[in-house]
Design a protein around this ligand. Sequence first.
Ligand SMILES: [Zn+2]
Length: 217
Amino acid sequence: MAIHERAIIEAVSGLGFAGNEEGLIPAFGLYLTKHFADYYNRISYALLGDFIRRAPELEEDARALLIEAGRVCSFHTFGGIMTSVEWDAVVRPMIESREDWVLGMVAVVNALGWGRWEVKSLEANERLVLTVHDSYEATGYVRDYPRAKEPRCYLAAGGVAGLMNLVYQGDITARPTFSEAYYLEIFRSPRTFAARETRCLAMGDSCCEIVAERDPI
Ligand SMILES: [Zn+2]
């Protein structure tokens, strides 16, 4: 294992993200947000609850939009992180293979407070299986809503698909520019990665599991 997760978590945790005099957090080439997980959860679950009760025909679209938000988030946030000076200083020296870009990014995620991501298997250029313990989406859901019939970690699922796209569908190692054109090129490709959440704490499973694979041709 080239990637030392504990060292990465300690380094990233020490960066001390905080608002500047304008209240903004510029980092990794974008603006980070720091707010209550409940705030995000209430918005997304209200969309799927109250709103969809009034317009049930839009349920699939609503779910797809929440996952798309995760894909766009990962494109800019993970992309920005993996081309940052902090990445170059802390993670890049450990990297020995393209797969290490995935493992390194997962280690950084584990410093961000989203839950504990753990790569269970990674098939180069094809498939990633990852578990999330204490996903903030699922723990918030479990506290406030009855047991779900479907998985609820939309941002995480979109994020995992996005990570695979950045590493294998695009080429993060070439330090691309994160433009809309580049987003469309790698996320709208017929062979783009899609993620399914196969287990979820919100459904009563012991943890969440997300599988990212290329869309079938
Ligand atoms: Zn989940």
